[in-house]
Write a protein of this length. Sequence first.
Length: 193
Amino acid sequence: MNKTEKIPVRIVQTQDMHGTKKISIMIDVGNYLETGGNPEIKLNKFKKLYFDTVNSAKKLFYGTTGEEKKYQDLPSSLYWSLGDLLSKFNEKIENEFEITNYTEAISRDFGLSKDYIYDLLTVVKFFKKSEVLDSVYFSYYRALKRKRKELSKLGLFEKEKKRLNKLGKEDKLPGREQYKKELIEIIQKNSKK
C-alpha cells in the first residue's frame, strides 16, 4: 500500500456468546500487511479517536445521566454540536483512513438515521453555530438546507436563514410542512423574475 492510499477499515458491532455487544474495528489482512510503518499503532490511534468521538456524542445526547431523550426534545444547538463533532472526526481521519461502511456505522453508533447523519454534516457546513437557534427545531434547518442550492442560485439563502431565525425568536414558526411549502413558493416566485 503506497503512502498516499488510505487504510480501509470497517466498523462493526460484534456480540459475544453472552449476548454482550461491542464495537470493533476491522481491517483486511492484506491491507494490514501492506500498511507502512506500524499498522497496529495506526489502528489503535484510529480506534481511540472513533471511540472518543462516539463517547463525546453520547455525552452530548444523554448528558452524564445516560438518560435517553427523544430527538425532538433536543435543542438545535446540540445537533449542530454533534455535526461539528462528526465533521472534526472526519477531518482528522480523512488523509489516513477510509471507513468502508461509514454511514452505516455512524448511524448505528450514534443512533441516528443515515439521512440525519448527512444533514448534520451539511448543516454544520452551511450554518455557523450562532445561526442555529434553539427556538427553531432542527428539522426546520434540515428543510432549509435541502433547498440551499436553489435559494443560493437566487441569492436568497442568507436572507432565508435570517427570516427563519426571526420567526423562531418571535415564536411565529409555521408548522414544518407549511414552512417547506413556503420555501417552494419563495423559489418559484423568485425564479420567474
